[in-house]
Write a protein that binds this ligand. Structure first.
Ligand code: H79
Length: 476
């Protein structure tokens, strides 16, 4: 008996140790994932996690918080003033992948449209034949820039080269480009840069600096060229990526920012080749946070919106359906309500919203995207003052729900009402004396304000002026 008891005690202890090990391993895993998300741009998994629905324990953060000095450095950088005020940008993913549009040899390939070469392990020799078919005769740079303007974005970021290695601009560095390698024979980047300048939109480029599935020494193509750790990655940087970035900085006038991505195999020394080049050729051009060194601002993981106010300068890159590059059968379009809410939500937390469209191989932005973005632009027209150039919320309790959000300017609170309250809007924690209140679209009609200590109550009209987001202004 005694022996048996001892044995079970031992087993219990052993079990206990196992449990502790398990817990330790779980904690380790969670922190490793968190660290990956917080690293320079590794948080770009295709996650659809929504801010309000984060499960516990330890969800991977949308973006890493940085020390206050670092956030202040970002916020005080004169170079990024336009970006901090812009709040809303248009991302465009366009390349050869628009031709297969998610289907290869009659099979629908899961995942992101622009990843098709990788997901279907298409050999370079086959994939590059797409260039011979690329002839987007409906492409009209002026219409795209006009559309960007209608949508109310202040900047436009287009893929000048994605991971597939195909350049959407004329390049002396590689013939694998839109002007020299296709029947189209036109420089997309050049036409769009000119059109954006005309329409007052900051022109920016995405450039995949590390992955290049077309090149033997670029990162990522293991099916043609073997494992990345056997490659002469510096040869690729020296002979393609760095010289192509030089072309982008010298051929197209002012570049607002360069959007680097997935810094595989990158390190400080490799990143500084790009940083030095940018600073030398266009000192005003911003660097995003996914180069592999310090940038002028940070990105969240793709489609990830933080739960809280995040100090510093940052941006949420996001899809309008579930892909970046066009996929003919992805119809999961976000609604106008959802997009407007996301824009306001992000801005109220201190970030920018970079919303993507994926044009077709004909050069057409899908009508579903056009309609939605135009509707957001129509809302921004009378309500833009509550978005552009604003600062984050003065409150914070509202971030737990979805009823309202707050953006601020000196002397003003903009209360974005997504749920129209019945009769009055009640606000807690108001530190200043409210002088007047009105609806942004009806500023002549002053609303009744009741303030008692830090509690404020505004009497509202019976009906919401906007069916998505009605903006209430409180001046103090
Ligand atoms: O350009 C867009 C994406 O193509 C790019 N970033 C945005 C802005 C991006 N590159 N890598 N990632 C995003 C992370 C990709 C993850 C996945 Fe996959 C690609 C998940 C499924 C396909 C890699 C391949 C991991 C699993 C299979």
């Amino acid at each position: 008996m005694r022996i048996q008891v001892r044995r079970s005690q031992k087993q219990l202890i052993a079990q206990n140790i196992d449990m502790r090990r398990l817990v330790a391993i779980l904690i380790l895993c969670a922190s490793v994932t968190a660290i990956m998300a917080s690293g320079h741009g590794q948080g770009s998994q295709q996650s659809q996690a929504q801010p309000q629905a984060q499960p516990s324990p330890s969800p991977r953060p949308a973006i890493a918080q940085v020390p206050p000095e670092e956030a202040a450095r970002e916020l005080n950088n004169p170079r990024s003033k336009w970006f901090r005020e812009a709040k809303f940008g248009l991302f465009i993913h366009w390349g050869l992948y628009a031709i297969p549009a998610g289907t290869w040899k009659d099979k629908q390939i899961p995942g992101l449209g622009e990843w098709i070469m990788n997901r279907a392990k298409i050999p370079v020799k086959e994939y590059e034949l797409l260039a011979k078919e690329f002839n987007p005769v409906k492409f009209n740079a002026d219409e795209w820039a006009q559309f960007a303007q209608d949508a109310g974005v202040k900047y436009l970021t287009i893929t000048s080269k994605h991971h597939d290695g195909f350049a959407m601009f004329r390049s002396m560095v590689s013939g694998y480009n839109v002007e020299n390698g296709t029947p189209f024979k036109r420089d997309v980047i050049k036409e769009l840069a000119a059109a954006c300048a005309k329409h007052g939109i900051r022109f920016c480029v995405y450039y995949s600096q590390a992955q290049d599935w077309h090149e033997p020494n670029g990162a990522g193509n293991t099916w043609d060229f073997g494992p990345d750790d056997k490659k002469d990655f510096d040869q690729y940087l020296r002979d393609k990526a760095v010289p192509q970035v030089r072309e982008l900085l010298t051929q197209y006038g002012p570049i607002g920012l360069i959007w680097f991505d997935t810094p595989r195999l990158m390190n400080e020394a490799r990143a500084s080749q790009f940083t030095n080049l940018v600073r030398e050729l266009q000192p005003d051009t911003l660097l995003n946070g996914r180069l592999g060194g310090k940038g002028d601002y940070r990105s969240t993981g793709d489609n990830r919106i933080p739960n809280e106010v995040v100090p510093g300068v940052w941006e949420v890159p996001a899809t309008i359906n579930d892909t970046w590059g066009f996929k003919s059968y992805d119809h999961n379009w976000k609604s106008v309500e959802d997009i407007t809410f996301k824009l306001v939500d992000i801005v109220s937390k201190g970030g920018n919203y970079l919303l993507n469209v994926g044009p077709t191989s004909e050069g057409v932005i899908p009508e579903e995207s056009v309609v939605r973005l135009r509707a957001v632009g129509a809302w921004l027209k009378p309500n833009g003052q509550s978005i552009y150039g604003t600062s984050p919320t003065a409150f914070g309790a509202e971030l737990k729900g979805k009823d309202w959000r707050c953006t601020t300017k000196p002397g003003k609170y903009f209360i974005h009402l997504f749920q129209w309250p019945n009769g009055t809007f009640e606000l807690d924690g108001v530190k200043s004396k409210i002088k007047k209140s009105y609806l942004l679209v009806d500023s002549k009609n002053k609303l009744k304000v009741n303030q008692s200590g830090d509690k404020v109550s505004i009497t509202l009209p019976a009906r919401a002026p906007d069916k998505v987001d009605s903006v209430l202004v409180l001046e103090y």
